[in-house]
Write a protein that binds this ligand. Structure first.
Ligand SMILES: CC(C)(COP(=O)(O)OP(=O)(O)OC[C@H]1O[C@@H](n2cnc3c(N)ncnc32)[C@H](O)[C@@H]1OP(=O)(O)O)[C@@H](O)C(=O)NCCC(=O)NCCS
Length: 168
């Protein structure tokens, strides 16, 4: 194959990529043993990522115009750093392209965006069994051992919201 067809391009996702973003998100959830976890559809991704007030952004890696991987991320803010940060929701490289530098190229592009815009951190969660931990550590990510993820959702969220105030 000519070398130009092997060239990897990393670019911001657009509304035209919502089918790809959805497919890759489902592929990742399936890999994580949660095949039914993705409640998004291409339509909600178009609404929530590419409307007036985008809730996420994404980068697509492609070779010869074929998507081979992606990162989907959201933004946060820290009063400790007094700056925005990035939370990686999803990163996925199609199996036949793995160990070829695709994910590193996606991460490099994201790191460049952070540096250019003054964002101070990139955070993510990874399942304890996932060999992707080796990938993250290779790139310089470190496991923060003394912080545990907590979440309020579903019935517990509704219960707290509907509880009555004490002592008032
Ligand atoms: C994790 C994943 C994104 C890595 O993508 P990739 O394109 O294969 O990674 P790269 O080829 O860019 O690797 C970059 C570096 O990490 C290393 N690396 C990649 N996967 C690794 C692994 N499983 N264990 C240890 N090191 C790894 C590579 O050797 C490479 O090191 P080098 O630059 O010194 O040669 C890919 O394996 C994947 O999609 N996995 C399934 C989805 C997943 O687990 N996503 C993360 C959810 S939290």
């Amino acid at each position: 194959m000519p070398s130009d067809l092997r060239t990897l391009l990393v670019r911001p996702a657009t509304i035209d990529d919502v089918d790809t973003l959805h497919r890759f998100s489902v592929d990742l959830a399936t890999y994580e043993d949660e095949p039914d976890a993705v409640g998004s559809t291409p339509q909600t991704l178009a609404r929530d990522g590419f409307g007036e007030n985008p809730q996420f952004a994404a980068l697509i890696a492609e070779r010869a115009a074929k998507p081979v991987g992606f990162i989907l991320y959201t933004f946060n803010y820290s009063v400790w750093t007094a700056a925005r940060g990035i939370f990686i929701e999803d990163i996925w490289v199609i199996p036949e392209e793995r160990r070829g530098g695709v994910a590193r190229a996606l991460m490099r592009a994201l790191a460049r965006e952070c540096v250019a815009k003054g964002y101070k951190r990139i955070d993510l969660n990874v399942l304890d069994w996932n060999p992707a931990r080796g990938f993250y550590e290779r790139l310089g990510y470190r496991w923060i051992r003394n912080w545990l993820p907590y979440r309020l959702s579903g019935e517990a969220l509704a219960a707290l919201a509907s509880s009555s105030s004490k002592g008032s």
